[in-house]
Design a protein around this ligand. Structure first.
Ligand SMILES: Nc1ncnc2c1ncn2[C@@H]1O[C@H](COP(=O)(O)OP(=O)(O)OP(=O)(O)O)[C@@H](O)[C@H]1O
Ligand SMILES: [Mg+2]
Length: 254
C-alpha cells in the first residue's frame, strides 16, 4: 500500500516531495534569519485549510498573533477568516512565562484536533523547556528525567537530547503532520540549532539564502524525508506576494 501523502500546496514543493509529506511525519524546517521558515509553515497550514479543509494549529514562540496576522495579510492570507471557520488556530507561547508548555500543547491538540501542526520555533521552545526544567518547582523537569535514564554526566547536551526525545515522543502521539522550525547561523554545517533534531525528525527541509550583489538567491534542499523518495538536488525558490513558490514550478508540477 502506498504511503499516504499530505500536500503542502506550495507551488512545486509537492512534486519535489513526490506527492507531499508522508502523513504524520515530523519535519524540521531549518534555515537562517529571514529565509522564509515561518512563511513556508504558515502557507502549509493556510493551504491545508483552504484547499483540503484540514485544521491547522500554529504554535508560535516568537511572533505574536498580531504579527503573524500582519505577515499573512502581506501574502493575501485571511488568517482571521480561517480562524472564524475553525480551520486555523494561532497560539502564542510566552516562553519566559509558560510552565508546563508540553501539557498545554497536548490540551490544545485534544481540544482542536488539528491535522497539521507547526511549532515555530523548536529552538526557542526547547530552550524554554530547558530553563523551566531547571527550576525546582515545575512538574515537568527534564533534568531529572535525564538523570534517571542516563549514567552519563548531566551535561547540557545530554539534557537537551533527552528533552528533545521526550518532546518528539509526545509529538508523535498526535495524529497530525508536523513542521518544526529551527534557526541556523548562515554558514552552519549543521541542520538544526541543537544538532540533534535532524536525526530525530522524519524529514528536514533546509532553506538557504545566498545574496550575490543585488540578486536574491534562495534555495532549499530536502535533506531527508523518511518513507518517500524526493528531489535530492538544491531547488531555487522565491518569496513573492503570494508566499513561497519554487522557481522551476513547471518542472515541479504534479
Ligand atoms: N511580499 C513579499 N514579497 C517578497 N518577499 C517577501 C514579501 N514579504 C516578505 N518577504 C520576504 O520574506 C522574509 C521573511 O520570511 P520569514 O519571516 O518567513 O522568514 P523566517 O525564516 O521565519 O525568519 P526569522 O528567522 O526571522 O524567523 C523577509 O525577510 C522578506 O525577505
Ligand atoms: Mg520566523
Amino acid at each position: 500500500m502506498a504511503v499516504e501523502k499530505v500536500k503542502t500546496g506550495i507551488p512545486g514543493l509537492d512534486k519535489a516531495l513526490e506527492g507531499g509529506i508522508p502523513k504524520n511525519n515530523v519535519v524540521l524546517v531549518s534555515g537562517g534569519a529571514g529565509t522564509g521558515k515561518s512563511t513556508l509553515c504558515m502557507q502549509y497550514l493556510i493551504n491545508g485549510a483552504k484547499l483540503f479543509g484540514e485544521k491547522g494549529l500554529y504554535i508560535s514562540t516568537e511572533q505574536k498573533r498580531k504579527e503573524l496576522i500582519k505577515a499573512g495579510t502581506n501574502f493575501g492570507w485571511d488568517i482571521e477568516g480561517l480562524e472564524q471557520k475553525n480551520l486555523l488556530k494561532i497560539e502564542y507561547f510566552d516562553v519566559v512565562q509558560s510552565d508546563n508548555a508540553l501539557e498545554k500543547i497536548y490540551d490544545l491538540y485534544t481540544a482542536f484536533t488539528p491535522k497539521r501542526i507547526v511549532l515555530d520555533s523548536l529552538t526557542t521552545f526547547t530552550d524554554s523547556l530547558l530553563v523551566s526544567g531547571m527550576r525546582e518547582d515545575t512538574a515537568f523537569s527534564m533534568v531529572q528525567v535525564a538523570e534517571s535514564v542516563s549514567p552519563i554526566p548531566r551535561t547540557e547536551k545530554v539534557v537537551a537530547k533527552s528533552l528533545l526525545y521526550h518532546l518528539m515522543n509526545k509529538i508523535r502521539l498526535f495524529d497530525a503532520t508536523v513542521m518544526l522550525t529551527t534557526e541556523l547561523p548562515e554558514k552552519s554545517n549543521f541542520l538544526s540549532a541543537d544538532n540533534i533534531s535532524e536525526f530525530i525528525c522524519d524529514g528536514v527541509i533546509a532553506l538557504y539564502y545566498l545574496g550575490v550583489g543585488s540578486v536574491e538567491n534562495r534555495s532549499m534542499i530536502i535533506r531527508k524525508m523518511r518513507y518517500t523518495s524526493h528531489e535530492k538536488k538544491s531547488i531555487l525558490y522565491e518569496i513573492g506576494s503570494n508566499g513561497i513558490h519554487l522557481i522551476k514550478e513547471e518542472e515541479y508540477k504534479i
